[in-house]
Design a protein around this ligand. Structure first.
Ligand SMILES: [Cu+2]
Length: 392
């Protein structure tokens, strides 16, 4: 009874209509904003205009609903039938299916291209294959179920002339809707499993180039190995003064390590990024390379990938000479989280060699002085301790 009351209440069609209108209005606001290239970002004036317009339309629908209700009641007082809300509901369902279908298609056609930029790494192509397979399968299921749902709501709406067919149980239907989704989901899960195995490639964890990426509120530190190709050891206890990463200079491999502002990567070389965090959780996110890995304090991780398209090539592809790949933080890590990004530049091996030759050593003059002072202080301490011990 409660369900019948809900179905026959005029609130449902009003809700459907309002929902469709909100969607359309927000999309219009977005298109209107995007249409003006001189104004990047969200044009809030435009958005508020459409939000107000939406509220106005919602109020109008509510008023129309009230008027209909009054009309309905007067008809009933006069002994007439009044409005058949079941028919109204049925028609609204069909309208919702048509408008919703067009909306879903519009969303895909206009904004689909924004969902994933072209993959610029070897494994990215495999991730995209998986993504599109899943999208196509779920889209087919979506279309079939929505068409059936709303068509049935319309076709079998309540009618005085028809008695409902009572179907307590049907084994065939149970089998079909259990076995088919089980097979499809198993295929998708296995596909995902093998793709992930390949991406992680745990049999060979070494990269052609090893780079440390350390997140802290609110920036990324980069450390490249020097000519020896090996990154020196780190120890969080040594963090302090100019030694922001806590590099251990008892390890000779640390002496030639380099610091860099931009993450520059040679194309078609396997890159291993070692991921660290110094305070809270951050996340290394490079959408074009389909790379995302959490940076967790106290839990060093790594990710290996091979960039395949240089920045210059991508600039030509997207017809934007200012295009840059970016490294973002993808965990909301605090107030300036939005600012935690770095330019990533993929270059040829020759350009990379030129660039790396210009990078400054992490061991700066200031850090050397600090280390000398610290060593001297240590020495002084041990001498005074020795003297104390002798005196006693
Ligand atoms: Cu962050």
């Amino acid at each position: 009874m409660a369900f019948k009351r809900l179905i026959t209440s005029k609130k449902i069609p009003a809700f459907f209509a309002a929902f469709m209108l909100l969607g359309t209005n927000l999309l219009m606001a977005q298109t209107a904003t995007a249409a003006d290239p001189a104004k990047p970002g969200v044009d809030w004036l435009n958005v508020s205009y459409y939000v107000l317009l939406f509220l106005l339309l919602a109020v109008s629908i509510a008023i129309a609903g009230k008027i209909l209700k009054v009309y309905d009641l007067t008809q009933q007082i006069q002994g007439k039938k009044g409005i058949n809300w079941n028919n109204v509901m049925g028609v609204v369902c069909i309208l919702f299916l048509i408008v919703g279908g067009i909306g879903a298609w519009w969303e895909f056609a206009v904004q689909g291209a924004m969902s994933l930029p072209e993959a610029a790494s070897k494994h990215g192509v495999k991730i995209d294959d998986m993504f599109w397979t899943t999208t196509v399968i779920t889209f087919i299921v979506f279309v079939i179920t929505q068409v059936l749902l709303f068509t049935f709501l319309f076709r079998y709406r309540h009618s005085e002339k028809r008695r409902a067919y009572f179907l307590p149980h049907n084994n065939t239907i149970e089998k079909v809707w259990t076995i088919i989704p089980a097979i499809v989901l198993t295929v998708l899960v296995i596909f995902g499993f093998f793709t992930w195995q390949e991406v992680e490639n745990t049999t060979n964890t070494k990269g052609d180039i090893n780079i440390d990426i350390t997140g802290h509120q609110f920036a990324w530190y980069l450390r490249y190995p020097g000519p020896d190709g090996i990154l020196g050891k780190k120890n969080f206890r040594l963090i302090g003064g100019s030694n922001a990463l806590g590099i251990d200079y008892t390890d000779k491999n640390s002496f030639d390590d380099l610091s860099a502002d931009t993450l520059v990567l040679p194309v078609n070389k396997s890159i291993r990024i070692n991921i660290f965090a110094q305070d809270v959780i951050h996340s290394v996110y490079m959408p074009h390379f389909r790379v995302q890995q959490n940076a967790v304090p106290g839990l060093p991780t790594f990710f290996k990938f091979t960039p395949t398209i240089t920045t210059a090539e991508m600039q030509r592809k997207v017809e934007d000479p200012k295009f840059e790949y970016l490294l973002y933080c993808n965990k909301i890590c605090g107030g300036s989280h939005y600012n935690m990004q770095k330019v990533v530049r993929v270059v040829t091996q020759g350009e990379y060699n030129q660039w790396i030759a210009k990078q400054k050593p992490y061991l700066t003059y200031q850090l050397r002085q600090e280390l000398k002072l610290a060593a001297a202080a240590d020495q002084k301490k041990s001498i005074s301790q020795n003297t104390l011990a002798l005196n006693n």
